[in-house]
Design a protein around this ligand. Sequence first.
Ligand code: NAI
Ligand code: MG
Length: 396
Amino acid sequence: MKRTIVTMPGDGIGKVVLDETLRVLTAAGFEADYVEGDIGWEFWRSEGNPLPQRTIDLVAKHKIALFGAITSKPKDEAFEELAPELKDKGLIYSSPIVGLRQHFNLDICARPCKTYLGNPLNFIRRGANGEIEEPFVDVVVFRQNTEGLYGGVEWSNPPQQVYEAFLTHPKFKQNFGSVPKDEISISTRIFSKNATERILRAAFSHAREFGYKSVTLCEKPNVIRETSGMMYKMALKMQKEEFSEIQLWNTNIDAQMMWLTKNPEDYGVIVAGNMFGDIISDGFAGLIGGLGFACSAQMSADGVAVFEPTHGSAPKYADYQISIVNPIAMIESACMMLDYIQEKDMAAKIRKAVAEVIAEGKVRTYDMMKMSGRPDVIEKGAASTNQMADAIIAKL
Ligand code: NAI
Ligand code: MG
């Protein structure tokens, strides 16, 4: 069956890495119809909406989307750049990524971080006898994507009713009771049972399917007793009743960041709430090469899934005559899409080609050569975005 995939290039380098990725997909033999969804800054400026309804409709219809990256700017700048005829309409910019997440309830975010042998950006450390060790990292972070600290329930100078409700909590009264209301900002951290159960189950199921021996819950239940505490209790129960062959480890986010470089090879699947999942996945991404390699999937309960690199639109590189950015994060995101739609052999084939190019070490983008990004990196021997994709295609 030929599929239809929604492509949302977005802004800046999003367009470039997505184009190159589509070439790689085609070269791997993946047959699909691609329909392009408008998203990003251009549509904010011209229409006052960075996520037009027609794009939402396309994603609703076809369910599977590849997304490049978008540009976001602070509120005032966003207003300045609006088309003149839209300026008096009271429009307020909001991130289209968050918009997609909320609209389709893309509550499960998966971010794999796996070492490619031969990547000069791999994390190294010294062993007991002073020798250089290069631990093999193979971690998949499952991050709850819609709730918690990024759930958006927050106030500065909260409404009276809210303030009074908070005053009923003894800790609030004790610690903040004497602070004037207009000097208080509150950001809430709300976890629901249903969403918590879904992210835990996604993590355990992934561990089972792909043979990871452990799932690590990375929260802080000893201090954040209600939300982290609920998640921990649910994880214990789920492990015991449904996934007893998989070990459940429990780490605190702060300690986990410390252990990140000490023993990253010990971890398999990691599961966390929204913010801690965001933090820990960036941490692990740093060990395997950073933004040029960090891919992700965002998935809903009813089969809508958006695959995207973790990086943004990198505006300073967007207008380069020859694009220099690394397309691997986007290509890896497309591999996650292939896995999701059960084209696992094709995903494996592309990952093997990427691994071969990296191991060979002849074709490297500027980030892999530890250069700072400038137009002259190509003269200095770095591969362009296009050349990197070509090298991968040649291996295919
Ligand atoms: P960014 O990820 O766009 O770029 C940060 C730096 O990382 C770049 O200057 C570059 O040195 C490096 N980099 C990023 N992608 C790379 C690649 N594929 N290959 C090699 N190097 C790469 O983050 P920044 O500069 O903080 O934000 C730029 C814009 O992107 C902002 O408007 C921001 O709001 C937006 N953004 C969008 C995201 C998304 O679409 N998911 C995520 C993060 C930021
Ligand atoms: Mg992040």
